[in-house]
Design a protein around this ligand. Structure first.
Ligand code: HEM
Length: 532
């Protein structure tokens, strides 16, 4: 724009020059006109090549719709294949939006470390707005005081190591219940992901308001909620015309917002019941002690108290309370349970890994005991299994897309303000220039302690990095390790007759197995009462 204004100015001053010299000297006029034309051509050529050079390469796409018609639903593998043609920073025209795909550790570092503040924003999909009261949660809030306040509240009061230590009893109770349930169905097929989902959902809802799904409801409600969360994360990852042509958003052409509203309503109904009940109890001055007893007030109680302390500069409102409950339930459940399911699928596909993990458990815990969370720090091989699972199947293969608040340069290319930036951590984790035999499930590569997921290593960052790094790492690692250790220690696992493990992935904002893992447990502890 400035360039155009500048060239117009030069052009008009050229005319002025031309007029004043016109009558005086025809030869001089011709020379000046020629020089002016040459200068203009050089200047335009320079400007054109400069802007071409600084824009990332990428497929041309069609007029108006750009690359939208060519997007493969398996976005993570599709983006990986594009990057092998166009390089580690590529551009896609997606309707009126620009998508940027980043597939190298160096560029990921530039975004998540060097330009962290600029990229700590989101281009919120309309499906995300529908799910979280207009994006007023942690995941979709732009970087700023509201996001900071919400994140602080959650990390301090729900997801810190101190809080998690104080509610170990909850995790233990839920996992023991799951093990009891699986034992009651020993030697028959078990849907492992479903059981893990239910376990983590119960832990989370217990921490939130002290409620769980039990008894006969357990199997049915667990499956129903899992299906709901899975559909929600599927919709969040699905390309939506409304996002790429905002003028069309009100028509909701794919019906994504309508579907999302229906799914969200199921949870909101549950939240409303819990909130109403609690407000009534509080009004009556009732007992508000948390689920684990004296020390821990549940998270809902804490949020409602904080909401009433209206003197804060960034007050917490009821909209935030509901949005935070949604973040914890949706953000915490599918990620952790799908990862545990992937781990079990890889282990069952690699009997040597199963043998070694069980051997370690027998040495550290013993078959006459049950696994406690305190054991997990003494299980380096199992820890390596978890890390290797998160390498091959990172729960959020493209992270949550980032969005720069101003135009900046990455890998020598200009990334425009407002672009939707996909960081393909899935592809980086399989880059053969970083990983030896990247397609091989080999936990041993993590045994030397070289890689950690704290966000400082841009070859391996399944939880992201920088300001927007996952808020629930401590909870995720405890639930993942504790569940995996307990499943492998309590049972031998076999596939139903004639079945094979299918490791095919299905893309969504949260990755999952295309075919759920169903396996048959056989108890392996020495004393049957350990399953009670
Ligand atoms: C294996 C389990 C998990 C994995 C692999 C995982 C991974 C991630 C990743 C990659 C991000 C996005 C980072 C980015 O935008 O760059 C994220 C964000 C987030 N995660 Fe997790 N997560 C897991 C479990 C959990 C749990 C258990 C909770 C809470 C109960 C949680 C809460 C969140 C929240 C609130 C955010 C948004 C952070 C923000 O935008 O500031 N996650 N997670």
């Amino acid at each position: 724009m400035n360039g155009m204004r500048y060239s117009a100015l030069r052009y008009s001053s050229g005319i002025a020059l031309q007029t004043s010299f016109f009558n005086a000297n025809d030869g001089t006029t011709t020379t000046i006109l020629t020089l002016f034309t040459i200068f203009a051509v050089i200047w335009y050529t320079w400007m054109f090549t400069k802007s071409k050079k600084s824009s990332p390469p990428g497929p041309r796409g069609l007029p108006i719709v750009g690359s939208l018609p060519f997007l493969d639903p398996e976005l993570h593998t599709y983006f990986a294949s594009l990057s092998s043609t166009y390089g580690p920073v590529l551009k896609l025209q997606l309707g009126s939006k620009i998508g940027i795909v980043v597939t190298s550790p160096a560029s990921a570092r530039e975004i998540l470390k060097d330009h962290d503040v600029t990229f700590a924003n989101r281009d919120v999909p309309t499906a995300g707005l529908a799910a979280t009261s207009g994006g007023r949660d942690i995941v979709w809030n732009p970087y700023g005081p509201e996001w900071r306040m919400l994140r602080k509240v959650c990390v301090l009061k729900m997801l810190s190591n101190t809080t998690l230590d104080s509610v170990y009893g909850l995790r233990r109770r839920e996992l023991r219940q799951t093990i009891g349930y699986i034992n009651s169905r020993a030697r028959s097929p078990i849907n492992i992901g479903e059981q893990m989902f239910l376990t983590i959902l119960n832990v989370i809802t217990n921490m939130l308001w002290g409620g769980t799904v039990e008894g006969n409801e357990r199997a049915n409600l667990g499956a129903e909620f899992r299906q709901t969360v899975s559909e929600m994360t599927g919709l969040l990852g699905m390309p939506n015309v409304s996002d790429f042509f905002p003028a069309l958003a009100r028509f909701d052409l794919q019906g994504i917002v309508k579907k999302m509203n229906g799914l969200t309503a199921k949870f909101e109904k549950m939240f409303d019941v819990m909130i109403d009940q609690r407000l009534k109890t509080n009004e009556k001055g009732g007992d508000t002690a948390g689920p684990s007893g004296k020390d821990y007030k549940d998270f809902l109680q804490f949020l409602l108290q904080l909401k009433d302390e209206a003197d804060s500069k960034t007050p917490l409102t009821m909209i935030h309370v509901r949005a935070l409950l949604m973040d914890m339930v949706v953000g915490g459940s599918d990620t952790t349970s799908n990862s545990t399911e992937f781990a079990m699928a890889e282990i069952m596909n690699n009997p040597e890994v199963m043998k070694r993990a069980q051997q370690e458990l027998d040495e550290v815990v013993g078959r006459g005991n049950i696994v406690e969370e305190s054991h997990i720090h003494k299980l380096p091989y199992l820890y390596a299994v978890m890390k290797e699972t998160l390498r091959m199947h990172p729960a959020l293969p493209l992270l949550v897309p980032h969005c720069p608040s101003e135009t900046c340069t990455v890998g020598g290319y200009t990334i425009p303000k407002g672009a939707r930036v996909f960081i393909n951590v899935w592809a980086i984790h399989r880059d053969p220039s970083v990983w030896e035999n990247p397609l091989e499930f080999n936990p041993e590569r993590f045994l030397n302690g070289k890689w950690d997921y704290s966000g400082s290593d841009f070859n391996y960052f399944p939880f992201g990095s920088g300001r927007r790094i996952c808020a629930g790492i401590a909870m995720a690692e405890r639930m993942f390790m504790y569940s995996l250790a307990t499943l492998l220690h309590s049972f031998d696992w076999n596939l139903p007759e004639g079945k094979k493990v299918d490791l095919t992935e299905k893309f969504g904002i949260v990755l999952k197995l295309k075919t759920p893992l169903v396996a048959i447990p056989t108890p392996r502890l020495s004393d049957p009462t350990l399953y009670e």
